[in-house]
Write a protein that binds this ligand. Structure first.
Ligand code: HEC
Ligand code: HEC
Length: 245
């Protein structure tokens, strides 16, 4: 009798969990700070922001008060801070935060996104070993997420919810790096997303250790902004300059 009751309870519990998952499956436990904005102040970018453009705008608009190291009289940004805020929150600070100068009338929405992604790039960076990570992502993640991160891997048709599309601004600009790291490490319950912490890839001979899981966060993020081409262009112009001097 007692055992029956427990089984029943477990069944009811499981049913409840499934229902909760169906209801809230697409949401996640991100902690959006309650910044309320008039519609015009906020819009997601229409194409990938440019880090190089952002660098230019940062120098013109932010560098007099901010730095990346510790400079006297300047408020410096830290990696820990950048990993703990969403790109959207950064955008909102320079747009509508009452304690901060607003750049709403000085910079276009595109310019502000460029700055936000430059800020993120300057501290958190690009995948350290892009080619190697691309191969490992290809071997372990692309079957669901697709090689270019659009959530269109070979088996995506069979999955509900479908694999995340890393190019989707309205989703990924609402995520902190810490959240993505947690998902990659521990998986997402009630979805096909498995936990990867300390798994061993026997074919490619590596472990999903903490360092590599952060590299994967950088990799997943790199789909959402233009860097590679930017940096190459920058190098090209530098070389050209040096050449001409
Ligand atoms: C006139 C000086 C000034 C300028 C210009 C300025 N800021 Fe700030 N910013 C500050 C101060 C002061 C704070 C700290 C405010 C606080 O503690 O609430 C701050 C805080 C921030 C924060 C939050 C940092 C944290 O650790 O909480 C961000 C992000 C930020 N600024 C981004 C920018 C960006 C991007 C620009 C350029 C578009 C910019 N700021 C331009 C003075 C400035
Ligand atoms: C078997 C399919 C599958 C594989 C393999 C897989 N994922 Fe996922 N992934 C998913 C699904 C499904 C979700 C959940 C999507 C949702 O919540 O809407 C997800 C979610 C995520 C998220 C969280 C997105 C969010 O906003 O919370 C990240 C980050 C992620 N995957 C990265 C990876 C990485 C990196 C790998 C490889 C190491 C990987 N995934 C392998 C299916 C997969």
């Amino acid at each position: 009798m007692v055992i029956n009751m427990n089984k029943k309870k477990i069944k009811i519990f499981l049913m409840l969990m499934i229902m909760i998952n169906l209801l809230f499956g697409c949401q996640s436990n991100i902690n959006l700070k309650n910044v309320s904005l008039p519609q015009d102040d906020f819009a997601y970018p229409t194409k990938d922001p440019s880090v190089l453009e952002g660098k230019k705008f940062f120098a013109q608009n932010c560098a007099q008060c901010h730095s990346f190291g510790t400079e006297a009289g300047k408020k410096s940004f830290t990696l820990k801070y950048i990993n703990s805020v969403t790109p959207s929150e950064l955008f909102k600070i320079i747009t509508s935060d009452k304690k901060h100068p607003s750049f709403k009338d000085k910079l276009t929405i595109k310019d502000r996104w460029d700055i936000v992604m430059y800020l993120r790039y300057a501290l958190f960076g690009y995948p350290e070993n892009l080619e190697d990570t691309k191969i490992k992502f290809g071997a372990n993640c692309a079957v669901c997420h697709g090689t270019r991160g659009f959530g269109d891997g070979d088996i995506h048709y069979f999955l509900n919810p479908p694999p995340a599309n890393f190019n989707q601004f309205d989703k990924f600009y609402e995520r902190t790096d810490e959240h993505l790291f947690d998902r990659i490490s521990n998986g997402k319950p009630w979805t096909a997303m498995p936990p990867w912490a300390n798994r061993v890839d026997k074919e490619k001979h590596f472990v999903f250790d903490e360092k590599f899981r952060w590299e994967l966060v950088r990799y997943v993020r790199h789909f959402g902004y233009v860097t590679e081409k930017d940096i190459l262009e920058e190098l090209k112009t530098k070389e050209l300059k040096e050449h001409n001097e």
